[in-house]
Design a protein around this ligand. Structure first.
Ligand code: GLU
Length: 424
């Protein structure tokens, strides 16, 4: 079976070009010193590794893995690890750059990093994925550590992957080091609420937006693209708060019901191995059609390059809340802005994940663990603080929310670089 794809909209799309273009525009608006602006266009370091593993049939297959540190001025590198056939040095670098701005925007003392292995986990056994994870970890061990760079889950990695990374690192140094990764199972030093944090943080901002626009959640409809760790939690949260979730999709396609989908039952259906598009009673839609369904809140929680200049004119939502990294191209952004769509941009919208990763790292470092109430209170506080800052700058400078979010993140990194000076 070929690797399921999120669709044709990714054609010709370069995440790194987008990320650099965003940086250039924000640098221009900030009037940034060109010496600093230029340095920020490149990663600090990038490691490419070969990851050979023995497959179940006895063959040895070599995969290619990456770990990129975009900028570590504000603290250790931070960012997820993704396992997908789209993973490349270019994609990983773009994602690392976005992590730099995201951490700075949230005022989290981390730099930006990202990693990944180009592979198709849908075709691999659990044993093969474990072997891949352990060998990849050994290959990047010189870059990671609680004070150097702290990986976390991303597409097609999860708490089990993080536990294997933590174990491999710990075996190499000879003692347990929970703080080397976040998004671990709670029993090995993970944080309560980390798994749900990206979806919950996104919903904190969606509800703050509804409040601001004086819209009643109970009269709202939502469409959620992606039903993984981000989309399924966001859909459930919206549904619990009485928003009518009319369509949801996974990588194979979507389910649509104008009267609203029972999200709890849909999660059970998927947990039992079902596909979203085969949910009984709903109409199957393609991922492309799904994005064009009229709704109040559109929540892309899948992958990059989903909303482009081709489909942006057909998108009919009031609020676009981005749970994925890079789902909307800059060209599409301008089209949506003209239509008056209220955008919660990715570096802000999906920052709940890394924010709770920060809490996890703090708890691991202090060996003192918080209750779920404390986690969710602190998460909401930090999400709303950044949201207010973005809206204020957007208004003050007359720029989009995305530009405002990038400008805040970039200016904090640039200021720190200026104070630290150029070494030697
Ligand atoms: N992979 C997530 C992101 O893109 C989380 C990163 C982290 O927790 O370090 O933001």
């Amino acid at each position: 079976m070929p690797f399921p794809s999120w669709g044709e909209t990714r054609e010709g799309h370069s995440m790194l070009k987008e990320a650099v273009e965003q940086l250039d525009r924000a640098s221009h608006l900030l009037g940034l010193d060109p010496n600093v602006a230029d340095r920020l266009r490149y990663p600090k370091r990038a490691l490419v590794v070969t990851v050979p593993i023995r497959m179940d049939d006895g063959r040895v297959v070599s995969y290619t893995g990456y770990r990129v540190h975009h900028n570590v001025t504000l603290g250790p590198g931070k960012g997820g690890i993704r396992y997908s056939p789209t993973v490349s040095l270019e994609e990983t670098t773009a994602l690392a750059m976005w992590m730099t701005w995201k951490c700075a925007l949230m005022n989290i003392p981390f730099g930006g990093a990202k990693g990944g292995v180009c592979c198709d986990t849908h075709k691999m056994s659990r044993r093969e994925i474990q072997a891949l994870t352990r060998r990849y970890t050994s290959e990047i061990v010189m870059l990671i550590g609680p004070e150097r760079d702290i990986p976390a889950p991303d597409m097609y990695t999860n708490e089990q992957t993080m536990a294997w990374i933590m174990d491999t690192y710990s075996m190499q140094v000879g003692y347990s080091v929970p703080g080397v990764v976040t998004g671990k199972p709670v029993v090995v030093g993970g944080s309560l609420g980390r798994r749900e944090a990206t979806g919950i943080g996104l919903c904190n901002l969606i509800f703050a937006t509804l409040d601001r626009l004086k819209l009643d959640p109970q009269k709202m409809t939502a469409v959620v693209q992606g039903f993984g760790n981000v989309g399924s939690v966001a859909a459930l949260e919206l549904w619990r708060d009485k928003v009518k979730v009319v369509a949801v999709s996974d990588v194979y396609g979507g389910a649509y019901h104008p009267a609203g989908l029972p999200v709890d039952a849909l999660i059970r259906h998927v947990d039992e191995g079902g596909k979203v598009s085969e949910f009984p009673g709903a109409t199957a839609v393609s991922n492309r059609e799904l994005l064009e369904i009229p709704c109040d809140i559109l929540t892309p929680c899948a992958t990059a390059g989903q909303i482009t200049k081709e489909n942006a004119p057909k998108i009919q939502c009031r609020i676009l809340a981005e749970g994925a990294n890079g789902p909307t191209t800059l060209e599409a952004d301008a089209i949506l802005a003209d239509k008056g769509v209220f955008i919660i941009p990715d570096v802000l919208g999906n920052a709940g994940g890394v924010t709770t990763s920060y809490f996890e790292w703090v708890q691991d470092t202090q060996k003192f663990f918080w209750d779920i109430g404390e986690i969710n209170r602190q998460l909401e506080r930090i999400m709303l603080q950044a949201f207010q800052e973005v809206l204020a700058l957007s208004k003050e400078r007359g720029v989009s929310h995305r530009m405002a979010a990038l400008m805040i993140g970039i200016s904090r990194v640039a200021e720190a670089m200026r104070f630290r000076g150029l070494y030697p």
